[in-house]
Design a protein. Structure first.
Length: 127
């Protein structure tokens, strides 16, 4: 079962985050963090993202809320790119970040909007 979770997780991880991002994470794997990389791939991507209860688009929007509220700017940037791959529009991302600002605080919203504007510009998304 774990190898099935790993394979499924790797497929989803690559589809959402892109080959370049995943290849970089795996290239930087060593004895210290290889168990963590396996855990992330199996648990986050295989066991959770592999569930059918929510669409990938909804999971992406949920992650934007969580990464913004937790002030995880690097992961927020990664998951904004993933949200775009999962079909989220700039308007859906904007609405999600507005909700973050109200419920998690204006400073979280300020950072989230700054990061989103940067990523959307880099990805050539009309704002």
């Amino acid at each position: 079962m774990p190898d099935d979770l790993y394979s499924r997780g790797m497929q989803i991880r690559r589809e959402v985050l892109g080959d370049a991002y995943v290849d970089n994470a795996l290239q930087n794997m060593n004895d210290f963090n290889q168990d963590f990389q396996r855990l992330v791939t199996e648990y986050c991507w295989g066991a959770l993202w592999g569930r059918e209860g929510l669409s990938r688009k909804q999971r992406s929007l949920n992650n934007l809320c969580l990464m913004s509220a937790l002030n995880r700017s690097h992961e927020l940037e990664v998951h904004i790119r993933g949200a775009l791959r999962n079909g989220c529009t700039a308007d859906e991302i904007k609405e999600t970040l507005l909700q973050v600002a109200v419920y998690a605080g204006i400073p979280a919203g300020v950072d989230a909007f700054r990061i989103a504007r940067k990523v959307l510009a880099e990805e050539g998304v009309q704002m």
